[in-house]
Unconditional design. Structure first.
Ligand code: NAP
Ligand code: ZN
Ligand code: ZN
Length: 351
């Protein structure tokens, strides 16, 4: 297979900083779209993976799965895109396409495992996949998304992971009018969860550890805000929520948030801390409560979310950074010091 070299930013070891490097990309095959990457969001999963916190990272690692850019080349069999179009890529670049779940459009739950945009098994080049902290990416058109033309492009990038990862469970558990929905952890995912749940018509309750986010949460669309470190506030809201979406990246006590659910309520975890989270039996039994999980969303569902955001003018609140500042951004991410998503201006890689 023919390849060419592009600049990228990545890391060689768990404790090493990210640095500029060169990687290879395949020349577009018949079904491929080649994208010049303009912006790439910085997800906490990038940090978990770069530092091998979930184990299984293959080095070098080039993170980035909130990708928007412009099409520079299409293969002879591509029908959805042409050169010059805007295009986006999220957390997956392929799946088996044959299993029960792929056939339903649930490629994220592919029986063989979806192929992740970075640190996945690249079936073309027989190595790990490399993500969006790079000049270009080449992806099968079936896994490339269309970008609504009316949205700010940099602020659209985070929809590709933070947007779909909160959209999918909110839809699955039927967030909407008459539902009280709690969002825990107002980072990249959480702030998108607030905006999307509000736009779906739910009554939105933000649950945060950060006093500095209380007023801001209302601007994002929250109807109520609970400071989770204030025991009296948590107690006053016990048994009031139909659904809780837990977007926390670090170890935390899930039992405290399960108490907020009504009988038959569900707490769905999308946050992915590195270590197990203990659950007390009596956090679930008395109210017939469910503790669940959810990962990203299927391709059709991701397009549906992007189109919804176009119609409702929803984007992420971002802080635009240069790629040379990525290591500093990771340190700030760990402190919860971002309102609410870092996005890399990829022009900084090209200078
Ligand atoms: P982020 O921007 O760093 O946000 C995480 C938020 O969690 C923080 O802003 C903070 O919110 C809260 N938090 C942090 N430490 C906490 C603690 N000790 N106790 C309680 N709350 C705490 O991260 P993100 O990019 O949104 O990602 C969140 C998590 O989701 C990560 O683990 C990521 O890997 C995972 N993820 C999963 C999927 C999936 O498919 N399931 C997809 C993408 C990301 P407050 O200041 O409001 O408390
Ligand atoms: Zn992500
Ligand atoms: Zn499959």
């Amino acid at each position: 297979m023919n390849t060419y070299t592009v600049k990228a930013f990545g890391t060689q070891a768990p404790e090493a900083d990210l640095k500029q490097m060169h990687i290879d990309r395949r020349e577009a095959t018949a079904k491929d779209v080649e994208i010049d990457i303009l912006y790439c969001g910085v997800c906490h999963s990038d940090l978990h993976t770069a530092r091998n916190e979930w184990h299984g990272t293959v080095y070098p690692n080039v993170p980035g799965h909130e990708i928007v850019g412009r099409v520079t080349k299409v293969g002879s069999g591509v029908s959805k895109f042409k050169v010059g179009d805007l295009a986006a890529v999220g957390c997956m670049v392929d799946s088996c396409r044959e299993c029960e779940y792929c056939r339903k459009g649930w490629e994220q739950y592919c029986e063989k495992g979806n192929i992740q945009t970075y640190n996945g098994a690249d079936k073309h080049l027989n190595r790990q996949t490399f993500g969006g902290y790079s000049e270009r990416i080449v992806v099968d058109e079936d896994f490339v998304l269309r970008v609504p033309g009316n949205l700010d492009l940099a602020a659209t990038a985070p929809l590709l992971c933070a947007g779909i990862t909160t959209w999918s469970p909110l839809k699955h558990w039927k967030a909407g009018p008459g539902q009280k929905v709690g969002i825990v952890g107002i980072g990249g995912l959480g702030h998108m969860g607030v905006k999307l749940a509000k736009a779906m018509g739910a009554h939105v309750v933000v649950i945060t550890t950060s006093p500095s986010k209380v007023e801001d949460a209302k601007r994002l669309g929250a109807d109520e805000v609970i400071l989770s470190k204030d025991k009296a506030q948590m107690k006053a809201s016990a048994g009031t929520l139909h659904f809780v979406l837990d977007c926390v990246s670090a170890q935390h006590d899930v039992n405290a948030y399960l108490k907020l659910l009504k009988t038959d309520g569900t707490l769905a975890l999308v946050g992915a801390p590195a270590h197990p989270l203990p659950i007390a039996a009596f956090s679930l039994i008395p109210g017939r409560k469910s503790f669940a999980g959810s990962t990203i969303g299927g391709i059709a569902e991701t397009q549906e979310m992007l189109d919804f955001c176009g119609e409702h003018n929803i984007t992420s609140d971002i802080e635009l950074i240069k790629i040379q500042d990525i290591n500093k951004a990771y340190e700030r991410l760990l402190k919860g010091d971002v309102k609410y998503r870092f996005v890399i201006d990829m022009a900084s890689l090209k200078v």
